[in-house]
Design a protein around this ligand. Sequence first.
Ligand SMILES: NC(=O)c1ccc[n+]([C@@H]2O[C@H](COP(=O)([O-])OP(=O)(O)OC[C@H]3O[C@@H](n4cnc5c(N)ncnc54)[C@H](OP(=O)(O)O)[C@@H]3O)[C@@H](O)[C@H]2O)c1
Length: 330
Amino acid sequence: MGLGRSAGAPVRWGIVSTADINRKVIPGAHSSPKVELVGVASRDRGRAEAYARTWEIPRAYGSYEELLADPGVDAVYISLPNTLHCEWSIRAVEAGKHVLCEKPLSRHPEEVEQAFDAADRAGRLLSEAFMYRHNPQTKRLVELVAGGAVGELRLIRSTFSYSLYDAENIRLRTDVEGGALMDVGCYCVSASRFLAGEPERLYGQAWLGETGTDWVFAGTMRFPGDILAMFDCGTALPERDELEAIGSEGSLFLDDPWHCNQPLIELRRGGEVERIEVEPKDSYRLELENLSDAIRGEAELLLGREDALAQARALGALHRSARSGEPVLL
Ligand SMILES: NC(=O)c1ccc[n+]([C@@H]2O[C@H](COP(=O)([O-])OP(=O)(O)OC[C@H]3O[C@@H](n4cnc5c(N)ncnc54)[C@H](OP(=O)(O)O)[C@@H]3O)[C@@H](O)[C@H]2O)c1
């Protein structure tokens, strides 16, 4: 793809919003030789300026439009609430920027199509920021499953939950499509899909809390080859995160599958447990570097249209199923 700048120069990144999640992404941006973090935008100029000072970012913009109009920015990281993801991805690619947009891009497949169509028209890259997919632990898990470590894959079990009771938080707001499925269940859906392909039959049940979002969600999915997956997630549950790929002869268990802070895969087979160590890596830095490399034509984009679209289809189906009480066939 190329940048039209000198070979070896880092990709110049801007951040759209002063979101809380940025604090996990900025250290990776600052430490990577492939990334130059040049600016941050907020709806409020004062907030952008204070944020830029705190995080040692050279430029501050008083609107997202101002950042997108800066020719000195090659790519943007969008960390807006869920309902703004596709809209601002489209605005960014139309302004000539490559985009890394926070997960979940959307649960509306048609919006995802529109965003990727806009990116293709503009000749820009768009990627959904599922950071755990960039971590070596995830790659190792899939290699182990594909290599037959657990025999024939039959069942995937996953969970991601925490507790939060702040009605102002975007996760508990229906107007920005918050909720447990969108915030954390999406990881369980993503990992199940990565291991088993695309789900054909999905069933979800939600408990809606007093803010109207799903505070607890449980889902099942049936994949080709009769592989089954079940997951639960919640914003009103204790902190839990697990992923287990269970086969005919054993299982692979991850105690930290999403944050990957302490990567370790347990192979449980024949009454024995083998601990498979994986080197810890900063997933946020890896996702920035993947898009930066892809922009330069030096790597394939790990997560593009196909994955984001299938993910939106699955999330939309689970959401509909929980509301209708009926399974959804895809
Ligand atoms: N990959 C991960 O590990 C991870 C972790 C956490 C969150 N996330 C994702 O990142 C996104 C942001 O989450 P967050 O918890 O960081 O959000 P947050 O702290 O609430 O920040 C959202 C930002 O969006 C901007 N914004 C624009 N319109 C808004 C509106 N109508 N309501 C609220 N904020 C608005 C605000 O920035 P300005 O005021 O500066 O304009 C705000 O700071 C979500 O999509 C979430 O799923 C990903």
